[in-house]
Design a protein around this ligand. Structure first.
Ligand code: AKG
Ligand code: FE2
Length: 326
């Protein structure tokens, strides 16, 4: 496992240098070697990374914001649930193989060797269990605020010979190659995304373990043409055993890699978002009445059912509903 958070106290001079590089969007090989030590950058001194390493959650948050941008959560899902999840995904991706996919430009002939299964929340109770695992709720809550929601839960199954993806960043940053559609001065000082990949097979360099460029989250931009070589030279791989999870800040440059092995490589990709970001999958419309009826308070929160906006306020009951004093 690669990730381990450490103290940032002794790293200030390197941080300052990297902060300038990040703001200038300059990408140099030697800078990347030290990017683990980059400080959260911001235009305001108040929002610097101030997380201390006093407990597990805050050192994890520090790692996601200012360190490598990812961390492995070993032994997150039981062997039994891994098997259940995998068989559901294999079944669905055999019978409905041709689904929308992402970041696979130029791979049309081999597109079906990378199969997506969307809307897993409606495809088995095992997924309801996985998305609200207490370890995840605690870690993601520390990163995104404790009313976070879930924007998507989907599988990515890469068959032998399956191609990888282009290096990218995840929703809602995923179309930052059109920067004019994003707010002025958008930056990485606070997160709008938290990704978790659940490994349903052992992930190895040979079978297409996700590649990730440590520290790239602070740049807050989409990889440009011509930066692939640097990415592939400097990236690390999300290797781990079946049942491990990898949590990462979706602003970190990453991609699925080609599967050169003779077996499948399947991961469950969970996208968590702050409460106010519009989810990518419509959870409420996507699930059956049964899923809604048995939903725990945590699952309701993840489906966005406890966050009351948008609503037709003109038709809402009269009264004061916001403010410190209710
Ligand atoms: O399956 C993987 O390894 C990564 C997939 C991914 O990053 C994505 O589809 O956004
Ligand atoms: Fe991604």
């Amino acid at each position: 496992m690669h990730a381990k958070a450490g103290s940032i106290v002794a790293r200030r001079p390197v941080q300052a240098l990297l902060l300038r590089r990040a703001q200038n969007h300059s990408v140099t090989g030697d800078g990347l070697l030290h990017r683990r030590y980059a400080r959260c950058h911001s235009t305001s001194s108040e929002s610097r990374c101030t997380h201390s390493s006093s407990n597990n959650s805050s050192s994890l948050v520090q790692e996601l914001m200012c360190g490598k941008g990812y961390s492995v959560l070993p032994g997150l899902v039981s062997a039994d649930d891994v098997q259940k999840a995998k068989s559901i995904i294999v079944e669905h991706s055999e019978s409905h193989s041709d689904k929308v996919t992402h970041f696979q430009g130029g791979q049309e002939s081999r597109r079906l060797l990378q199969r997506r299964v969307w809307n897993l929340l409606n495809k088995g109770e095992v997924f309801e269990r996985i998305v609200q695992l207490p370890r995840l709720m605690e870690a993601v809550g520390a990163f995104l605020g404790d009313q976070f929601c879930m924007g998507s839960v989907a599988a990515n199954r890469i068959l032998p010979g399956g191609p990888g993806q282009e290096p990218h960043i995840d929703y809602p940053y995923w179309d930052m190659h059109k920067p004019s559609s994003f707010p002025n001065n958008i930056n990485a000082s606070f997160p709008l995304n938290c990704q978790v990949t659940i490994l349903l097979d052992e992930f190895t360099p040979q079978n297409g373990a996700t590649a990730i460029l440590p520290g790239s989250q602070v740049w807050c931009r989409y990889p440009q043409e011509g930066e692939e070589k640097m990415f592939f030279d400097k990236c690390e791989r999300m290797v781990g055993k079946a049942g491990d999870g990898v949590i990462f800040f979706g602003l970190a440059w990453h991609c699925a890699m080609p599967n050169h092995s003779s077996r499948d490589r399947t991961g469950v990709l969970i996208q968590y978002l702050p409460k106010f970001v519009k989810p990518m999958e419509d959870q409420r419309a996507g699930v059956s009445q049964r899923v809604l009826e048995r939903a725990t308070p945590e699952l309701k929160q993840l489906m966005g059912l406890t966050y009351p906006y948008p609503q037709v306020l003109d038709e809402a009951a009269a009264g004061n509903t916001e403010g410190r004093q209710l």
